[in-house]
Design a protein around this ligand. Sequence first.
Ligand code: PLP
Length: 456
Amino acid sequence: MHPRLAGDLAAFPALLESVRRLAVDVLDALDDRPAGRSPAPRPALPLPADGAGLAGALATFTDRWAPGFSGSAGPRYLGFVTGGATPAGLAGDWLTGVFDQNAGPGIGSSAGDLERETLGWLRELFGLPPGYGGTFVSGATMSNMVGLAIGREWLGERLGVDVSQQGAAALGETAVFSGAPHSSIYKALSMLGLGRGALRQLPLLPDREAVDVPALRAALADRAGRPAIVVANAGTVDTVDYDDLRAIAELRREYPFWLHVDAAFGAFAALSPAHAPLLDGLAEADSICVDLHKWLNVPYDSAVQFTRRTDLQLKVFSNAAAYLGPLTERPDFLHHTPENSRRLRALAAWFSLAAYGRDGHRDIVTRNIASAQRVGARLAELPGVRLLAPVRLNVVCLALPGDQAEAARAVAESGEAFVTPTVYAGTPALRLAFCNWRTSEADEDRIVAAVRRALP
Ligand SMILES: *Cc1c(COP(=O)(O)O)cnc(C)c1O
């Protein structure tokens, strides 16, 4: 064994203790760490020939890299849709590396059953019936990609072609309808060989990001019986709007289409009694995308996909090889997802759900919604500030007087909060997305103050 490795092995417990100390220091100071930064680019150093051992690497990381990292795990980072990590979620993530299970093949470990148990809990959390199969993937982009891949296979089934054998070209012309799709839908269509151009964006309801259902009906009627894919949205990133999932699902009585629902963070409305009705009809979907590194507050690299057509999913993703063992009644996860070997990313979600249950996670969601509503109302009273949409859930979308990117920079430079710019209905805007389990009323005050100071 290389002497550096041998030394680290001998000192492993003490070294882990020093890593733990750094973690505790970072988390203790999270409240004061600047929420977001724009650090100067750092030149890369050459590959070390002789390494420094874990203690040396930790020292270098602590000095050279850690200070430039954002406080994105903290309570006032409101950029994009960014969750934090609950204590149990973080513990689960650490232990994922400790046990280092390969949750692709099922041979030799109970890790697959832990993933199945966790998927069952999530199904229940979102009010989905047991008929949905699911898997963990790395994020909502991959979840959308997997759902649309199954939809692509379904189009083949309807048209009498086998896409997994013949390729996407065998489908001929393909139509994917959506009102306000997330950018990852275009990316998924590109990856899947359907092409970004397959997406036909439909009219929205006035002053909304929800699709106009009669327009969808007309577009489907135009297909003259040719099957299509419909991507319905449950929680858009700018204004957290929801398509009428029930009305869209009803259209399947008349027209053949695969119904994929992108509920990346919107699915968590299920936990708020006042907002759960937004998801009425979700359980009619053929495939569903839910992100977990957003509102479940587990560390990055976690999302789930659900589908009713596990048979088609296996056609797309099965990965038969003698060394991986036979395809059984209950195929291993490597036959369900783009990956073969994969980390047991269910463990962080398992820990957080085991530790806090439905009620604990409901508390995160309802507190974040209340924060967004209060902050939205307070900011709307500042001179020249306009809310561009009602605060439907956990996102405030507003326009400040002056340049939005400059305002976002001014907020970031204060270190007090981090918000990201967008363009909503042609208007440059800022978004404040509340997604972190730590965010308190004291944080709301600091956020409002930071935005007020950024006004011209
Ligand atoms: C965040 C998000 C995605 C993409 O999720 P990643 O985890 O960043 O891949 C897709 N759809 C919606 C609605 C989202 O909010």
